[in-house]
Design a protein around this ligand. Structure first.
Ligand code: GLU
Length: 426
């Protein structure tokens, strides 16, 4: 490994998720003493697609959107990862998210590589018809590159089971037969898996429960704060509340609410659904999203977006356990501060891996044409998450490293082994 890498680590731009990912990758690679040839292969994505997506808008005019699909790694199986719609999408973000999918699948040992896609658009300002036409045209641009054996998309920010149904249908129309294993996170009636919608939140519940056991904290005395109330944060908050944890704070994009005695999460989420805001929810104090992260609590679950915990606010965090529901909520520059403060980090590539784990189960069920009961899905998810949590803690102890570094080392080691065994085709 060249010493230039060490200098690069110091110069990272804090809010660039790709640089955050790479600095952790470099650190783990150095600690593993990764062979320089393998390092050269693994530090770059396999393929990056950029597509232009002409879409007829309701006005009758054509708007051309820009989209991406980065296929980061195929060493362990088909590439796997979500598609997000947002005005903030950019290639560096998608590149980082694709790599995180590779490491995430390796941490929980599911036989996939990693990918991510995105379209630069503002889905809140688009009609259902516009979203459908944009999605189908994007899917048609990706036809040669996706497929059950190639790359299997899934939902991510601002995409859902409807988006997946459109992609599956577009792909199937071209294949001239129904191919449900081309995407996961589909509606259950179209070959989706029971338990997939809740899987990321349920995975968080499982790792938070394991961490609580490790620190001898009982659920009733464990105060939890959740940033975000979408498919990840909302469901995680509900499930930890149902499991007897005391959720004292929760937020959405506009801000949050706090009650040190605990919030009635089902009612708070109903209020959010009905009024599109936590504003006016009784018996709780309003807090901003940045105040929310600094609340006094035992477990903090950032489940919104990237770059929420940075070198500017990490010092003020008061949690004992940080369970990362979002991808990349913590910048690499904040890692060291958290470590120094003794905060136990359950890194994103483990903490939010429940989603892709049940995506794997969905893909398996589609290929068998035989669908499992929800309790079977949940039990297998529990087994995977608990085993992966224990593997990670053991690995961190054995190598005397923090849990984030351990997760990267574990993942890189697994991908490196498979890459070495397959060899380089030439
Ligand atoms: N978008 C989710 C993630 O970031 C799920 C990906 C998948 O299931 O393929 O993990």
């Amino acid at each position: 490994m060249s010493t230039a890498l060490v200098d690069d680590i110091k110069e990272i731009k804090e809010d660039n998720p790709f640089e955050s990912m790479m600095s952790r990758f470099d650190r783990a690679a150095q600690l593993l003493n990764l062979d320089p040839d393998l390092y050269a292969v693994m530090r770059v994505p396999n393929r990056e697609l950029k597509v232009y997506i002409p879409t007829r808008m309701d006005s009758g005019r054509i708007q051309v959107f820009e989209g991406f699909r980065v296929q980061h790694n195929f060493a362990r199986g088909p590439a796997k990862g979500g598609i997000r719609y947002s005005p903030d999408v950019n290639i560096d973000e998608i590149r980082a998210l694709a790599a995180w999918m590779t490491w995430k699948c390796a941490v929980v040992n599911v036989p996939f590589g990693g990918a991510k896609g995105g379209i630069i658009c503002d889905p809140m300002q688009m009609s259902i018809g516009e979203l459908e036409r944009m999605t189908r045209r994007y899917a048609s641009e990706l036809l040669d590159f996706i497929g059950p054996e190639k790359d299997v998309p899934a939902p991510d920010m601002n995409t859902n089971e409807q988006t997946m149904a459109w992609i599956m249908d577009t792909y199937s129309m071209h294949a001239r037969h129904t191919v449900n294993a081309v995407v996961t996170g589909k509606p259950i009636d179209l070959g989706g898996s029971r338990g997939r919608l809740e899987a990321t939140g349920r995975g968080l519940l499982i790792v938070v429960t394991e961490a609580a056991k490790r620190f001898k904290m009982t659920p009733a005395d464990t105060r939890v704060v959740v940033q975000g109330s979408g498919n990840v944060g909302g469901i995680a908050a509900l499930l930890v509340h149902q499991a007897g944890f005391k959720v004292v704070g929760i937020s959405d994009v506009h801000g949050g609410i706090y009650n040190p005695r605990g919030l009635e999460i089902p009612q708070a989420l109903k209020h959010l659904e009905a009024t599109r805001s936590f504003e006016g929810f009784g018996g709780a104090e309003r807090v901003s999203n940045s105040e929310l992260l600094e609340l006094d609590c035992d477990v903090l679950i950032p489940a919104a977006t990237e770059n929420q915990i940075t070198s500017s606010n990490a010092e003020r965090l008061k949690c004992k356990v940080l369970a990362e529901g979002a991808n990349g909520p913590t910048t690499a520059a904040a890692d060291e501060i958290l470590y120094r403060k003794g905060i136990f980090v359950i890194p994103d590539i483990l903490a939010n891996a429940g989603g892709v784990t049940v995506s794997y189960f969905e893909w398996v069920q589609d290929r068998m044409g035989y669908f499992w009961r929800e309790d079977v899905v949940n039990e297998r998810l529990q087994d995977t998450m608990v085993a992966s949590f224990n593997d990670l803690c053991r690995y961190a102890d054995a190598h005397s490293v923090d849990t984030r570094t351990a997760a990267y080392m574990l993942a890189i080691d697994r991908v490196a082994y498979d890459t070495r065994m397959r060899g380089i085709y030439a």
